[in-house]
Design a protein around this ligand. Structure first.
Ligand code: AMP
Length: 120
């Protein structure tokens, strides 16, 4: 059974509360975006929802329709803002143990700025 607990001390929750600084790339009522501290591509942006969700499964299962739509729209706005659409990019969300998730607050990685090669 999937563990649906949420650790409110995780680093992204602390960024949302303003306890840890992050360089804001985009923010609205539903999402916050900032650069990954250890970038894996010329563009490497993390987008997190404002609500307390552990991963994409938890978000899809528990978030309201407005939050889900708001988050999806925010991701698209960031892609447009960063001019990624024409060249292409990759969106990844690591989940749980096998997914290699390090920070247990739902986030998507937006990677781009070069040809990214094989998926794994
Ligand atoms: P994952 O949970 O595996 O999807 O990865 C979490 C990502 O968060 C990693 O790519 C880290 O480099 C990144 N990260 C961890 N702490 C910070 C931070 N304070 N600011 C920005 N990125 C971070």
């Amino acid at each position: 059974m999937t563990d649906t607990t949420y650790d409110s001390q995780n680093i992204f929750a602390r960024i949302l509360r303003g306890e840890i600084p992050a360089k804001k790339i985009y923010e609205d009522d539903y999402a916050l975006a900032f650069p990954d501290i250890a970038p894996k591509a010329p563009v490497h942006i993390l987008v997190i929802p404002k609500g307390a969700y552990r991963d994409v499964y938890d978000f899809g299962a528990r978030a309201g329709s407005e939050e889900i739509a708001g988050f999806a729209r925010a991701v698209s706005k960031i892609i447009a803002q960063e001019n990624l659409e024409s060249a292409g990019f990759r969106v990844i969300s690591n989940c749980g143990l096998h997914g290699g998730q390090e920070v247990p607050h739902y986030h998507v990685h937006i990677l781009g700025g070069k040809a990214l090669g094989a998926m794994i």
